[in-house]
Design a binder for this molecule. Structure first.
Ligand code: ATP
Length: 626
């Protein structure tokens, strides 16, 4: 039979090099990874056999076996699951498909220490799937035959850049991973040692993991799905290991929820909230990855409609007693039972999150959840009207009042006398926001402003509109209404330009800037800066407009803005004095354009005519220096 020699993807070679040279003390995790793959392969066959029973008919009892050959010094992890054909082998065992491994590689980019130590610790943290076999083996042979196919395949590699593939006759269905152990790794030939590792990491696996061949081979695990056991029988470590397995995750769960719904519909849930952000959290598909089982049979990990998209960070298992076993993945979506399960899960998860949010003694704990998943949860505010009030209570914000995260309830409780709106400002990052001139008057009066940096804020806020009767209002839009608010004025108001002069200046600015602005007016919100831009009450928020343009959702010219000037600013006072009755002069016209361009720059907007700006600035500087 001809043998083909193929190269690993470059990243795989690099990964294997690290794996092979690691002196990782917990290298036993390789077994966890291989057993996990074997159990997944059995789950996939069981599902496929629901519609094609012939796939598993010849050997229906799915199991994983650990086999040792002390003379040959090999450890074999064998399963009678779905198996792989040639394409599967090349695709799965030659490239980096799994997200965890890709994340591991990425983390290495910043962590190369030279002695390889840091890298090695990361392997334990991430787990690198199949490739971790090379931690204990210098050569790995994979013998596999895919369910329903006649040809079997042999894959082999010493992990040094290449692998070979050839046809192999007489293989049973499923996959055997044969590890030719490295010198010094004989412990992985010992039944007790292997049993210990299986109990430590893989006890929750629902199918039997047996030691040895034959009918009376000894089971090393309990072989009952973890979620079917009662809570009192499950240790914290077992919950955690299961989370790692089911969520393909490497962190500790932030929250573990295990409950059984009884009544008209029966289903068991073991759901986790991660403590770190999964890598695909903001993938446009917004898919969740909770696994759906029906009576312990794995159906899919992409059941649309099982978990609302705004809870897509959940990981874990839902096992229904009532859904039909032979339901196709396509039919699932329209099944009314699924909608009921989703409603039950949503209710429960939100109520658990509310408990955590109310626990003010452990506020930092809820804050860490919020930092990870707050932006996703906010999507529920416009997608799930039914739970809007509950979700509003879960919100947390950065504000101008300090470092702490603040709830809407806290914000409203400290609103100033005469303040009737919840003030907000949105932008790309906190630092830029905090420097916004539009905030100056609010800061001076001690009026708190919510700082919004998630793009989703632009969508939920208009859709929600009010909280406890108080409208949300952007400080970069409309009038500032600061006059009516009784604040804690810290400094005495500065002397302003006289009204008459100011009127002349405003007239001159309007005349000069003409179509470039919607209006020019005196500002209530500026204390330090000379000018700023704001949007008119009914116009689109400036940040939203920029955001939509960036994403090519909005074409054409930018909406016109209102230029506000600060009557107490020295520059404005000087200009007002000059503008008094004198009509437009070139210098004043230049100043008008410079003021507008300055406001645009502070706002983060591109200048329509940077050359003209540079020319005017140079001329003003020249006069200033003369
Ligand atoms: N025993 C097996 N039987 C069938 N296919 C397997 C087996 N082991 C591995 N594979 C295939 O190889 C792929 C790569 O395995 P690997 O452990 O590297 O990542 P993974 O299990 O996909 O990762 P993740 O755990 O992030 O899903 C698997 O997705 C699977 O398709």
């Amino acid at each position: 039979m001809t043998e083909e020699r193929l190269s690993f993807q470059a990243e795989v070679s690099r990964l294997l090099d690290i794996v092979a040279h690691s002196l990782y003390s917990e290298k036993e995790v390789f077994l966890r990874e291989l057993v996990s793959n074997a159990s997944d392969a059995c789950d996939r066959l069981r599902y496929a056999a629901l519609t094609q029973p012939e796939l598993s008919a010849e050997d229906p009892n799915l199991k994983v076996r650990l086999l040792v050959d002390k003379d040959a010094r090999t450890l074999t992890v064998a399963d009678n699951g779905i198996g792989m054909n040639r394409e599967d082998l090349v695709e799965n065992l030659g490239t980096i498909a799994r997200s965890g491994t890709a994340a591991f590689m990425k983390s290495l980019e910043g962590a190369e220490t030279g002695d390889g130590k840091k890298d090695v610790n990361l392997i334990g943290q991430f787990g690198v799937g199949f490739y971790s076999a090379f931690m204990a083996a210098d050569t790995v042979t994979v013998l596999t035959r895919k369910a329903g196919e006649a040809t079997g395949w042999r894959w082999e590699s010493d992990g040094k850049g290449e692998f070979t593939i050839s046809e192999a006759d007489g293989l049973p269905r499923g996959t055997k991973i044969v590890l030719h152990l490295r010198a010094g790794d004989d412990e992985y030939l010992d039944e007790d040692r292997l049993g210990g590792i299986v109990r430590k990491y893989s006890d929750h696996i629902a199918i039997p993991i047996l030691f040895g061949e034959g009918e009376d081979a000894k089971a090393l695990n309990s072989a009952s799905a973890l979620w079917t056991r009662s809570k009192s029988e499950i240790t914290a470590d077992q919950y955690k290991e299961f989370y790692h397995h089911v969520g393909h995750a490497f962190d500790d769960p932030w929250l573990t929820l295990h409950w059984r719904a009884e009544g008209a519909l029966e289903y068991t849930n073991l759901l986790y909230v991660p403590s770190t952000k999964p890598f695909d959290l903001f993938d446009p598909k917004r898919a969740h990855r909770v696994k759906l089982y029906v009576k312990r049979v794995f159906i899919t990990d992409s059941a649309e409609g099982l978990i609302p998209p705004y809870l897509r960070f959940l990981r874990g298992v839902v096992d229904s007693e009532d859904l039909p076993l032979n339901i196709s993945r396509e039919m699932l979506q329209h099944n009314p039972m699924l909608a009921k399960i989703k409603a039950g899960i949503t209710r429960r998860v939100l109520s658990e999150l509310s408990k955590k949010a109310k626990d003010s003694e452990n506020a930092a704990e809820y804050d860490s959840f919020w930092e990870n998943f707050g932006a996703v949860l906010k999507e529920g505010l416009y997608e799930d009207y039914e739970h809007r009030d509950e979700l509003l209570k879960l919100l947390r914000f950065r504000t101008t009042a300090g470092e702490d995260l603040v709830s809407l309830e806290q914000y409203v409780a400290r609103m100033k006398e005469g303040q009737d709106a919840i003030y907000t400002i949105s932008g790309d990052d906190l630092d830029t926001l905090l420097r916004s001139p539009q905030l100056e008057g609010f800061k001076a009066k001690g009026v708190e402003v919510l700082l919004l940096t998630d793009p989703v804020d632009e969508f939920w806020m208009p859709s929600v509109g009010v909280y406890e009767g108080k409208p949300f209002k952007s400080v970069t839009r409309g009038g500032a209404d600061l006059g009516k608010i009784k604040g804690e004025e810290t400094e005495k108001p500065e002397e302003k330009a006289p009204e008459g002069e100011l009127t002349d200046l405003l007239a001159l600015l309007k005349l000069t800037l003409s179509d470039a602005v919607k209006d020019v007016r005196k500002s209530e919100r500026l204390t330090d800066s000379a000018v700023c831009l704001v949007a008119d009450d009914n116009d689109m928020d400036m940040h939203l407009e920029r955001l939509l343009k960036q994403h090519k959702q909005l074409n054409g010219e930018a909406g016109k803005r209102i230029l506000e000037i600060n009557p107490s600013h020295a520059l404005i006072k000087r200009l007002a004095e000059r503008a008094k009755g004198s009509g437009a002069t070139d210098a004043l016209e230049d100043a008008a354009w410079l003021l507008l361009d300055q406001a645009r720059i502070v706002e983060g907007e591109a200048l329509p005519d940077p050359a003209a700006f540079a020319r005017r600035l140079a001329s003003a500087m020249e006069k200033g220096l003369a």
